[in-house]
Design a protein around this ligand. Sequence first.
Ligand code: SAM
Length: 355
Amino acid sequence: MHVASMRELVDILRAERHLESSSYKALLECDNESVVAYLHEQAREVAQGVFGRGIFVRGLVELTNVCHNDCYYCGIRKSNSNVERYILTTEQVLQSCQQGYELGFRTFVLQGGELPRDKAQWLVELVSEIRQRWSDCAITLSLGEWPREVYEALKHAGADRYLLRHESHNAEHYAKLHPADMSLTNRLQCLTWLKELGYQVGTGIMVGSPWQSLDNIMEDIEFIEQFKPQMIGLGPFVPQHDTPFGKSATGSAALTCKLYSIFRLMFPNALIPSTTAINTIDTNGRIKGIMAGANVVMPNLSPASVRSNYALYDGKAITNAEAAEGIAQLETQLATIGYHIDWSRGDFNQCKINN
Ligand code: SAM
């Protein structure tokens, strides 16, 4: 397609927040530098219209690397016997939150592998304790698939948001990434429950996961378009050497950034993190993500002693501006592009669409 018509597609996407399938594909395939730069520029403008130049920060607590699932891509899958397993104690989690609160964080994200079902009550008590101690903070959970009653109990205990990437909306592709006891149907059912229960919900994919085609990504775009999540989590796939995909190719930072921009134009006020994974494969990845329209970063608040054990993929960035203690470094990095940290809770709909 001609450069002028490609730019027109970007304009249509910005104005209508929707494109025909074939046009999304044309944008994803386009490698003309000026068109890609225009796409990012338009997305950045839209993000700035909603959020100004503030970037929300979320303090990430990696609750556990114990997991009963066996996803083929993930370094903490249950079959990986080279991982030293941990579950943070209540005290460790509360200390991490306290440290985060003192640094200025007003959102805590508890993320982890899928714990044995008898840990549900502990999780509920943990959320309830965090809610009581820090009533002005948002609590986000990213703890995988649970029965509806557990999501409900966690919500009543005080959780506000839930991140659960659908990973792939194509059942065949999903089945290539996961063992037979996991299903796309159940993942989607969980997302529906979370929405019904009133969580702000996040979903998304790994960009460049093994066997993923552009057509698969188109299906993901269509799903996200109709599901309308409040948060959209996208990061490149990064191989982990102890997994069946240890020798697969790494996902692309450029394609990830294109998707940040496309989703920003589709959903001006969505919360879109510039993820640790993009910063892992590209030392300037976080900044590139923000320049493409992302508006959230999630520094690590986990106790330093467990960080290297939460090894989802090889080379995971865990120090400096990636770590909560490195917040000054993050501020400096953001300042170089004229941005700053927005320390508010950063709820969906807190910001108005001004464009
Ligand atoms: N167990 C929960 C779940 O499945 O949603 C939360 C923890 S899981 C480790 C968080 C996310 O890490 C997954 O949704 C997946 O997209 C991402 N992830 C896992 N392995 C990865 C890899 N090798 N490269 C990039 N991202 C990965």
